[in-house]
Design a protein. Sequence first.
Length: 261
Amino acid sequence: MTKRHNSLIRQIAVNAAIIGLLCLWVMSINRTSDLFISGINVSMDHEEGEKDLISVRNVKTLIKEELPYDVFHQTINRLDIGTIEQLLRADTRIMNAEVFVDAHYNLVVEIEQRRPILRVMNQQNDQFYIDQSGAFVRKVSNKATRVPVVTGYVETLKQGADLAKLPRLTQAYDIVTELRKDPVLKALIEQIHFEKSKRIVLIPKIGKEKIILDHVDQLEKKLEKLKVFYRHLAITDSWDKYDEIDISYHKLVYPRKLDNP
């Protein structure tokens, strides 16, 4: 038997093995397609110290109650994975959702949550969150996350709207984003109030003073000066000495003691 003949036989055997494996694979897929899912497994990203606005139970409820069919009564080949992902991504608490069926016939749902960084309560009595990307997140009853509250004369952000077209909310977002870069500043400020005159007032968690910020130009430098000033208050035990701390000018901090009426 020639080498060429042996090589041909080996090639035929390899091809036959590949065809056999492909047939088994196709048969396995066909059998799987006619099966039903055995359960729903939800995995979610969590950040230490951050409260979730949506739970595993919430996600399962969305799938079970909002879809036009019962996922447990549909064969795997009739499950519309794209529709399930679209349904989940439509919830403002969810940034992204990936859905697939695993080897054990579980419907696996991987959720990336939106992380609110500020809560808005404006003059129109609208209440909502804004997340780390500047997107709208609806307020959820009986669920609140500890983030700075923005009050006063600010716009209302609707789902899908462009934050950049709302100047006051953009300023609020920029302020909170800057505060979150520093653990001291993040822990210091609990409220950002926009007055009708466009003046911005920061309300600290401790002390009676108001922090005045006319505009957000040179914001990083202004907040750094504010942090240095608060260190001075701590060292000199001067809490509640001032009524206002003006940081409108990035090179100076102006503390004021207002006359009582």
